[in-house]
Design a protein around this ligand. Structure first.
Ligand SMILES: *Cc1c(COP(=O)(O)O)cnc(C)c1O
Length: 228
């Protein structure tokens, strides 16, 4: 087996163990392979080993990969910061966007998605409230969600966060817990919406995230090795 196939197997095992420990059902958690700065061959190797969800941060790099791998059955997720002049291209080439944090971006994605199946959206939350981080603050989340739910070419699926990096698992857990509580609150406020997604957890903290209810973990380094 290749390194990547080995890594993939090990990550699936970590996910499965964490799910069991959390008392969650099998296949509750999806693995998003974060392939930014990785060569095309690495994505092909992961795909050959059964991986079909890929996340990219940089649009130009992503578009090249999407076109080169168009013969494969891949679900492409955009997870990076979004400039408003890139929304049209993002809306047309991805099936998920995890990093929506303002209405203007959502409206532009919605306009560009006309006539296609709805684009799956997660609102990015600045869960650690660091001034430098993207993401909406928790007290502005509900009004933004209400507006996005009005946009018929978007399907608001849930929340995404990149927590403050901390070596302390308790601090990590508190941040994931806050995001999970925020999703519960939205589910209660908008019972008719299909809010089923918590995109949280990366290579170093996926177990804690799964314990707190992650449904998509975004894994780069543990799968592909260090980024080039
Ligand atoms: C790069 C990146 C990841 C993957 O992080 P690793 O620590 O390499 O697993 C996950 N989410 C986002 C938004 C990223 O930019």
């Amino acid at each position: 087996m290749s390194n990547i196939a080995n890594n993939l197997q090990a990550i699936r095992q970590r996910i499965s163990t964490a799910q069991q420990l959390a008392g969650r059902s099998e296949n509750d958690v999806q693995l998003l392979a974060v392939s930014k700065n990785q060569p095309l061959e690495s994505l092909e190797e992961a795909y050959a080993a059964g991986q079909t969800l890929f996340g990219e941060n940089y649009l130009q790099e992503a578009l090249l990969k999407i076109s080169k791998l168009s013969h494969l059955d891949i679900s492409w997720h955009f997870i990076g910061p979004i400039q408003s002049n890139k929304t049209k291209t993002i809306a047309q080439h991805f099936s998920w966007v995890h990093s929506v944090d303002r209405l203007k971006i959502a409206q532009r994605l919605n306009n560009a998605r006309l006539g296609m199946v709805p684009l799956n959206i997660c609102i990015q939350v600045n869960i650690s409230e660091e001034p430098s981080k993207s993401g909406v603050l928790l007290d502005q989340l509900e009004p933004l969600a209400a507006e996005i739910l009005q946009l018929s070419n978007l399907s608001l699926r849930g929340l995404m966060a990149i927590p403050l990096a901390s070596a302390d698992p308790i601090v990590q857990q508190q941040q994931f817990h806050r995001l999970a509580q925020a999703l519960k609150h939205l589910q209660h406020t908008f019972p008719e919406a299909k809010l089923d997604t918590l995109s949280m957890g990366m290579s170093n903290d996926m177990e804690v995230a799964i314990k707190e209810g992650a449904t998509i973990v975004r894994i780069g380094t543990a799968l592909f090795g260090a980024r080039k």
